[in-house]
Design a protein around this ligand. Structure first.
Ligand SMILES: [Zn+2]
Length: 853
């Protein structure tokens, strides 16, 4: 009996990733001050207690009580603070922007954060905003707001709606999460942003659409974020919470022609000014780099304006406020307007924070801010008022000046010397793979849904733990679960293991609903009965192509593969299908032979399903039964060339276990690499890197030659120019430091030593040989040499030019010195500022050396 199995084409694999918060080298994630920083780094770390700066005035409480007279700032007789101000021309205008930063998973899961903290953030902020029409607040992560919305009573929803209409509560960014800019392919970034905006449109109308974005905590910043996710997404501004410390130093000191922390960012070379955005790095100083110099977190100094009480300090607050406003103005173009972000992780809530034990109340923040606005404006040196990034940018647009134009990105990002956020590029690869794969499945499912008009009611397999509802589709929950995992502590890999498990579980759970929908849609297209289509996408021990297990194809003598191509152009792919038996042939939908190959499964791969076995408490008999249940019935993998899959279309391929099939006569027979030898009673030795002819792979433009002995790329030819570049590639490893800083999910911190992978590493061929063919011994001390100029893609979109720096005297050096103990991928870092670089070199004929260690 034939069964059909779906294979969908994966979108190209993405590089990547990221974590957390060492705020501009000042504080660690727990808020603890990091010691031992260089002077330029410390200059940005002056946030903290009220008394950390010397007042420019004699404080009222320090004066002689007998002669000091009345307090300088009497509180209003009616106890009502005047917060009604707005921009005043000719003054330094301080835009106070209350905000919270709510990670959709990090130390605990997204649902745990919501239940213990974020519900109270949103719920109490809404109550507090309603108490004063001048107060404002911005909210970013719609996955949390949607959870609150689903639990809020009608009356509270109506209050929220009024606040949004008055723009007291404004959605900024408005994505389902705040995605990491290093991690996702652009499609995942678009998907999760779109979902968040659709929620906003659905409940608050298009007039509530975010006007700006707010990427304050990702671990680098991409060009694609600037042009595609900001300008092309209809948002006119973009603010960061942190940037590379050397970049920040340069701008703080106004070197190399820079002038402050704001600029016009053109991220696309092809779209140029047609897709540019006003962008800036928050002046920062506070926790995470995305707060200001003060915070009202329970035990810190409050604004005390009652002279009848001890510790009257409003004069000190006003003095420090004015000092900081003037300092920021001196580092800001259009010095009349500056933005202060007020808030940090999970702040503005009316509940205990389980992580820190700190109580952070929305009304505590606003009561103190009300006072500051009242008294600062009473002082009159500067002008303060509640604002939002949108209102701030409205004022910036009125400035008659020219901003710097930037086209570069911020990768990798360094908090301070030897602290590069590069460890997250490789952490939790399984989750990265799952999110990438799920993004491709989601794209295919949406197409099949539209093409076949398949409804959720027809599919009838709702996800039990569904994401907050936005649409009515059977892809809705899947979109939501993939969406939260694109968060900058999600697929970046910087979260705890149990949070990683939570992402994996919720994606898998909702994917089952989507696979049911895909199965039904494909059945419709092929005019099959419901239930005729199976999948093997790793939701069960006997259902996982990733470990070469597939119940739908093993123990069968024939089955059909249905391959959906979601791309707008024809593609060819190779499918790997676990099968029983070593002789198979494959035909396409019209009976023509299709190239295929059969490869025996090695013993280790066959044992992988047994990793699901937990034998604790089981008897010997029960263990034997469980092993029998988990045993992989497949003994080979059938590799099929799925050629010329139609654009946005379906193709079928029929596989049959028939050695004498017509295929065998029409095309080269399937190849059983070791099976035949085994059947003949010979030892099935792995043909480990046997000498063979070179392999050439080519496209219309390039021809790549791989060495027959090592399998490594050895030369590249540009077929149009005729230029050939010889390549010698070797692979190595860094030795991780064991002290501080040390390698972890954020930072990759070698101890200064590196070397080639030993020649006896079983999974890698010898990388260097003597002229007589003998492997060369393990060596140490080679330099990283990765060329001077090269190009990388930005979230799978346009290419970004990178090259080593060539600096003039007095310029800030954007180089991590080689040959030092370093933290991070210094070969990449050395090239991270194309705007300050010597002219790049074109790829030319001649040798090049790429030593990846
Ligand atoms: Zn965050």
């Amino acid at each position: 009996m034939s069964e059909i199995m779906i294979v969908r084409r994966l979108l190209p694999t993405l590089a990547l990733l990221a974590q957390r918060v060492r705020a501009n080298g000042c504080h660690d994630a727990a808020g603890k001050v990091i010691t031992g920083l260089a002077q330029p780094e410390e200059s940005f770390c002056t946030a903290g207690a009220l008394g950390e700066e010397t007042p420019t005035i004699e404080l009222f409480r320090h004066k002689d009580p007998k002669t000091r007279g009345e307090a300088p700032y009497p509180f209003p007789p009616d106890r009502k603070y005047n917060t009604s101000g707005g921009p005043v021309s000719g003054k330094i205008n301080v835009h106070l922007v209350p905000h919270t930063h709510d990670d959709t998973g990090w130390q605990v899961t997204v649902d745990q954060y919501f239940a213990s903290e974020v519900f109270y953030v949103i719920d109490t902020v809404i109550t507090t905003l309603a108490a004063d029409p001048n107060r404002k607040f911005i909210y970013v992560e719609t996955a949390f707001f949607a959870r609150w919305w689903e639990q809020a009573p009608d009356e509270k929803r109506a209050t929220a709606t009024r606040l949004v209409q008055r723009r007291q509560l404004e959605f900024i960014n408005g994505g389902w999460c705040m995605h990491d800019e290093a991690s996702p392919l652009w499609t995942a970034m678009v998907d999760q942003t779109t979902r968040g905006h659709q929620f906003i449109f659905k409940h608050f109308g298009p007039e509530a659409a975010p006007k700006g974005t707010w990427q304050i905590d990702p671990f680098g910043h991409s060009n694609t974020q600037a042009w595609l996710l900001s300008a092309e997404a209809g948002m006119e501004s973009l603010f960061w919470g942190r940037m590379d410390w050397q970049d920040r130093t340069m701008r703080y000191e106004r070197k190399q022609g820079t002038n402050g922390f704001e600029w016009v960012w053109q991220g696309s070379r092809s779209l140029g000014s047609s897709a540019q955005t006003f962008a800036g790095n928050l002046f920062g100083r506070g926790a995470g780099g995305y707060s200001s110099w003060f915070s009202f977190e329970g035990s810190g100094a409050q604004v005390n304006d009652d002279p009848a009480l001890f510790d009257y300090n409003v004069d000190q607050w006003v003095d420090k406020f004015v000092q900081n406003a003037r300092e920021q103005a001196s580092h800001t173009q259009d010095a009349e307007h500056q933005i202060w972000a007020l808030g940090s992780d999970f702040q503005y809530q009316n509940a205990d924070q389980p992580r820190s034990g700190i109580r952070v109340h929305a009304d505590q923040w606003y009561r103190n801010l009300d006072k500051l606005i009242h008294y600062v404006n009473l002082n009159g040196s500067v002008n303060a008022f509640y604002s939002t990034p949108s209102l701030y940018v409205d004022q910036k647009k009125r400035w008659n000046g020219t901003y710097e134009l930037r086209t570069d990105d911020i990768f990798p990002l360094a908090d301070d010397s030897h602290n590069y956020w590069s460890g997250y590029f490789t952490s939790r690869p399984a989750l990265k793979r799952q999110v990438r794969f799920a993004t491709g499945v989601l794209a295919s499912a949406r197409q099949l849904e539209v093409v076949t008009q398949t409804t959720a009611k027809e599919v009838d397999r709702p996800s039990a733990k569904h994401a907050p509802v936005v649409g009515s589709s059977w892809t809705d929950s899947f979109e939501g679960t993939v969406g939260v995992a694109t968060h900058h502590d999600g697929m970046s890999g910087t979260e705890r293991q149990d949070v990683t498990d939570d992402y994996a579980m919720r994606i898998s759970s909702s994917q089952k609903e989507v696979e049911a929908g895909i199965g039904l849609a494909v059945s419709k297209l092929l005019k099959l009965e419901r239930g005729a289509v199976s999948h093997c996408h790793c939701h069960a021990a006997d259902d996982c192509l990733n470990i070469s297990v597939c119940a739908a194809t093993t123990g069968k003598d024939a089955f059909t593969i249905a391959a959906w191509n979601p791309l707008a152009h024809s593609v060819s792919e190779v499918a790997r299908i676990p099968v029983s038996g070593g002789r198979w042939s494959v035909t396409d939908g019209v009976g023509r032979a299709v190239p295929s190959q059969v490869v025996p499964l090695d013993e280790r791969t066959k044992e992988l399903p047994l990793l699901y076995l937990n034998s604790f408490g089981l008897s010997t008999r029960q263990v034997a039964e469980a092993k029998a249940r988990l045993e992989n019935k497949a003994d080979h993998v059938l590799m099929v060339a799925l050629e010329s899959l139609p654009p946005v279309g379906l193709a079928t391929f029929h596989a049959a276990a028939d050695a004498e099939s017509t295929v065998a006569r029409a095309a080269p027979p399937p190849v059983d690499v070791a099976g035949e030898a085994a059947q003949a009673g010979e030892a099935a030795e792995a043909p480990a890197f046997a000498e063979a002819a070179d392999t050439v792979v080519e496209s219309d433009v390039f021809s790549l030659t791989f060495d027959g002995a090592s399998g490594l790329l050895k030369s590249l030819t540009n077929k149009r120019s005729g230029a050939t570049t010889a390549l010698a590639i070797s692979w190595g490893w860094y030795n991780s430091s064991v002290g501080e800083p040390r390698s972890e999910c954020v930072f990759m911190c070698p101890d200064g030593t590196a070397g080639p992978i030993p020649v006896d590493t079983p999974w890698l061929p010898p990388v260097a040989r003597h002229s007589d063919g003998r492997p060369m011994p393990n060596n140490w001390g080679k330099e990283v040499i990765a060329g001077h100029t090269w190009y990388t893609d930005s979230n799978g979109k346009e290419m970004v030019k990178r090259a080593g720096a060539s600096l003039k005297d007095g310029e800030v050096e954007f180089m991590e010195p080689l040959n030092e103990t370093m933290c991070g991928c210094n070969d990449i870092h050395a090239a991270r500022r194309p705007s300050a670089l010597a002219a790049g070199r074109k790829l030319q004929s001649g040798p090049a050396v790429f030593s990846f260690w």
